[in-house]
Write a protein that binds this ligand. Structure first.
Ligand SMILES: [Zn+2]
Length: 260
């Protein structure tokens, strides 16, 4: 599908206006409409349009201030307040806008890149190199041992939240290999019976979260202290603070106890 760098018409299209990792929202907490950027013209770094979802993405300069009646909201908080369909659109538009803003020149020959005519891609007019938006596959897994589940607190967490184990897929790995490696590295455990459980775009920055259930096979918890502050087995009646609804971690935990 074609992407347009310069918008020909804003009419009838959904608009997603970003400043870094924040989205401009109206008083109802929904994505601001095109009228909100009218006064911010000189602070627009990048615009893109995705005809497939009828949406326009706008990336503003970090110095942009919210117009009266609007506010900037952290994109994760926006996700927690909206449904999957809306979040997929917002994730796509922030991903495209940030990618276009960060990729202006060919990394092989240095020429300015142009939008490809028929793909969601950038093309180099000089050497023909093609650049596609970056997607970083990341596995996330909920491990069970009998009626207990394994939850972990990340060293960067400041809110006491225990979440599912997650990690990036290395080049050349299958998803299952990545999952077994990450589990072993972070907890010292071995798992088996890996089952696919859904996916979610998570543009912080460019992640595709691919979710699995798995069962404990062997080992005692031995955390990787550079990454994990704590990891424990929890029963349903004694769960710690969990990730918010809207995250795939929350969905994995919720489904595990409700119909799994
Ligand atoms: Zn080039």
């Amino acid at each position: 599908m074609a992407l347009l760098g310069h918008i020909t018409s804003w009419e009838g299209k959904r608009t997603y206006i970003f400043r870094g990792r924040e989205i401009l929202t109206d008083q109802g907490g929904d994505a601001a409409d095109a009228g909100a950027v009218a006064s911010l013209d000189s602070l627009i770094l990048q615009t893109c349009e995705d005809p497939a979802c009828g949406s326009i993405g706008v990336m503003l300069d970090p110095a942009a201030c919210a117009p009266e009646g609007y506010a900037f909201t952290a994109v994760p908080a926006y996700f927690f307040a909206h449904n999957d369909e809306e979040n997929a659109r917002a994730a796509r538009m922030i991903g495209l806008a940030r990618w276009l803003d960060a990729n202006r020149f060919c990394s092989r020959c240095g020429q300015p890149l142009q939008l490809h005519g028929s793909e969601s891609a950038l093309a180099c007019p000089a050497c023909g190199s093609l650049y596609f938006p970056r997607i970083e596959p990341c596995i996330i897994t909920l491990i069970s041992r009998g009626d207990e589940i394994l939850l972990l607190r990340n060293v960067r967490d400041r809110a006491g939240i225990y979440a599912c184990l997650a990690g990036f897929v290395e080049i050349g790995e299958t998803l299952e290999q990545a999952l077994r490696r990450e589990v072993l590295e972070e907890t010292g455990l071995e798992v088996e019976n890996i089952r696919y459980a859904g996916s979610q775009g998570w543009p912080f920055p460019d992640q595709l979260m691919i979710a699995f259930y798995a069962d404990w096979k062997s080992g005692e918890i031995r955390i990787q202290e550079s990454e994990i502050a704590d990891a424990r087995w929890f029963r349903r009646d004694a769960l710690p603070p969990l990730p918010k609804p809207g995250s795939i971690a929350w969905r994995l935990i919720n489904r595990r106890f409700n119909n799994h």
